[in-house]
Each structure stands twice: as C-alpha cells, then as structure tokens.
Design a protein around this ligand. Sequence first.
Ligand code: SAH
Length: 196
Amino acid sequence: SDIGSQKERVVTEEEWLQKWEMGNIGFHKEQGHPLLQKYLDVLLNGRSGLRIFFPLCGKAVEMKWLADMGHNIVGVEVSEQALKEFFSEHSLPYCEEPVPEISGGKMFQSTSGNISLYCCSIYDLSSSIIGKFDGVWDRGALVAVNPRDRQRYASLMINLMEKNSSYLLVTVSYDPNKHKGPPFYVPESEVKSLFG
Ligand code: SAH
C-alpha cells in the first residue's frame, strides 16, 4: 500500500502542546473505546493485577476504567495539561515528582498508587525506567507517531513487553492522499513488518 505524502509529515511536540492549549482534541473520547470493551478478554487473557501501558495516553478514560478493575496503569504523554486534566476530571488526588533519569521529566501518580503517568516524550523512556508490561492499549499512539519514527517507536514497544504480554492496537483505514493526518494511515503490511 502507498502511504503517499504522509511519509514526510512531521507534527512537533510543540504542535501537540498547542492542540491541548487550544482544546483542539477531537481525538479524546469521553466514553471508553468500544474496541477495548470488545477485546478486553484478549488483553487480560484470564489474568488479574496486570501492568498495562498506555503510550501517548492523552487523558484516555480507559486508564481509569482498567485501574478500577485492579490493574496498574502507566502512561506517557508530552502534555502536562492533559495529565492534570485526567486526574481532575476523575477527581483523583495525585502527587508530582521529578524523574531523575530524564531531564525535565515528571511523573504524576495517583495517591492510591495504581496510576503513574510520565510527562515526557515516549522516546525518553526505556524498560530500565518504567519496567516491562503485561499489556498495552495502543489507540491514537502508533497512528499519532510521525511516520519516520515508527520503527523506533515499535522497537521501544517490543522492548517494553513481558514475554506473555498482549498488545491491542487500533488503526484507522482511509485514503492517505485525502487527509494529511494524524491519525496517520498505517497499512496492515506495515504493522506486520514493524511488530513481526
Ligand atoms: N491515546 C490518547 C491520545 C491520542 S492523541 C487517546 O486515545 O485519547 C496523541 C497524544 O500523544 C497527544 O495527546 C499528544 O500530546 C501525545 N504525544 C505526541 N507525541 C508524543 C511523544 N513523542 N511522546 C509522548 N506523547 C506524545
């Protein structure tokens, strides 16, 4: 498949921060994603108390949903505003601490301890900082990454996975010559070559 002109497109961190400031966040869904409900059993695979990673998390309500089910949530997001909105919109008390390994990095953690959200670029993270995960919810993440960074993103995600982890990925299918994205069009063939 041809991803056309999207290959070269770059959305900077600054532009993402501006989207949050302007309230230009059409990607955010107040209701949990129907595909997570549909495939929850695939993600959990009969397990409980999982460590679940939300790359490029925004203020995804599914983080609260899975935390309430007894799982431990870790997310990463460049916008501090997004993370603060997450905690305030769910009335969750939290504390804030620096992340010594990452210059300028901060971690926002719910007082109950089961939701830890890193404010930094995902490319600043590694398994030595955040550990490995039993599950990943990737919605608005691979498709939001700049096309030239997909390989790096996928390698990192693979590195963050425990042996028996499950990865739920949501992509969008459309003609990439008609919209510039994000969300970018990531063909099935590319998903296969990225994740094997
Ligand atoms: N997954 C969320 C948000 C999708 S939009 C949801 O489903 O609602 C993509 C998000 O990624 C934005 O909030 C943007 O601020 C953030 N983002 C973009 N580049 C990033 C990067 N390199 N590291 C961390 N977050 C990033």
